[in-house]
Design a protein around this ligand. Structure first.
Ligand code: NAP
Length: 330
């Protein structure tokens, strides 16, 4: 297969390129190459997609498929216009953030989405979901449902997760901040998580490009209660110290953030508002062959990667924060 990857210089994009090269495909990437380049064996065409349709002038020949990782609607609008007659199929990596309602568990792809962003450029992260909706619509308007796959990815995890959302817990259990090994965890019964390993998502996208799979699906991992996710993280880290489980109200009083970022407990989300965020219906993706590896493998490999680069930067609690919160508990 001759594959065009719009992106390919960062995390998921590099995994996609590697998966395609492993399968023996010819891979051309288009990106600015600002932070990094593409894996060896792929060709990078340097271009800035803010230029519109002319950004694709440096590409030669036809492609069997394009896999697009963009978020700014203008990037996708330009690409579909420039590539409609040169690419057979368009695979777009969208997000579960497109949905209007984060509270409904088990929602299917038919659930209502946010209004599409009219602007070509996403101004801030608050517009992320709407920007992804606009990108999806641009793909479908030009390539149609018969020539496109829209993969609404759930939380992506594993080695390379610079956000620390899927590596903080195994890392924290491997490196408790307290002398007796106690780890502070959120007590949120009923909250679900859905982590899709970047490597599984990448392999599946490439396979889907080859097989001409079409449709709109929630490309998520298995649905796992947060308690079980934390138990798995403990197991892979070999943690057998005590747990200090605290309710959301206790964390909110101390301005500990949910989900991600500094001074947070990653993966914790407020209920009932976010009951559906990690509990989407993934039957469409399973039907199209997305097979997630066991969560333990994603967390173990993520931990090994985190050990190789050092403590998660800007994710979770620092050792000092963890110790000071634990000191408040009886
Ligand atoms: N992380 C998650 O949990 C999660 C969840 C759901 C969905 N997603 C989606 O998964 C994908 C992640 O992709 P990723 O890890 O490869 O990182 P990314 O940062 O989202 O990828 C963006 C790619 O586009 C290129 N790019 C950005 N601006 C450009 C421009 N003006 N012109 C040309 N190229 C440009 C970047 O390369 P250069 O900077 O070199 O140009 C990069 O290769 C995204 O679509 C994201 O929305 C992520």
């Amino acid at each position: 297969m001759r594959l065009l990857v719009l992106g390919g210089t960062r995390w998921l994009g590099r995994e996609v390129v590697s998966a395609a090269l492993t399968a023996g495909d010819e891979v051309v990437c288009l990106a600015r190459g600002t932070a990094a380049t593409v894996p060896e064996g792929a060709r990078l065409v340097v271009a800035d997609r803010t230029a519109g349709t002319s950004a694709y002038d440096g590409l030669d020949g036809r492609f069997d498929a394009v896999i697009d990782l963009a978020t700014h609607p203008g990037h996708v609008r330009g690409a579909v216009a420039a590539l409609a007659d040169r690419c057979e199929r368009y695979l777009y990596v969208s997000s579960g953030s497109v949905y209007a309602d984060t509270s409904r568990a088990g929602a299917t792809v038919d659930a209502e989405t946010l209004p599409p962003l009219a602007a070509d450029t996403m101004g801030s992260l608050e517009e992320y979901g709407s920007a992804k909706v606009a990108c999806e619509q641009a793909v479908l308007a030009t390539f149609g449902a018969g020539r496109s796959l829209v993969a609404r990815a759930g939380l992506i995890g594993g080695p390379g997760d610079a956000s620390g959302r899927t590596t903080y817990w195994p890392w924290r259990f491997a490196h408790p901040a307290s002398a007796d090994g106690t780890v502070l965890v959120p007590d949120v019964p009923g909250l679900m998580t859905q982590v899709v390993d970047a490597r599984d998502l990448a392999t599946w996208l490439v396979e889907s490009a080859r097989l001409g799979r079409t449709g709109t699906v929630n490309a998520t991992g298995d649905t796992v209660p947060l308690e079980e996710h934390l138990r798995t993280a403990r197991e892979v880290a070999g943690h057998d110290g005590p747990l200090a489980a605290v309710p959301p109200a206790w964390l909110e009083e101390r301005e500990v953030q949910p989900w991600a970022g500094p001074r947070s407990l990653p993966l914790w989300l407020p209920l009932p508002e976010y009951a559906g965020f990690g509990d989407r219906d993934a039957s469409g993706a399973r039907g199209l062959g997305l097979v997630p590896r066991p969560l333990a493998e994603t967390l173990a490999d993520g931990l090994a990667w985190q050990e190789s680069v050092g403590a998660p930067a800007g994710a979770g609690l620092t050792d000092e924060e963890e110790r000071s919160f634990l000191a408040e508990l009886p």
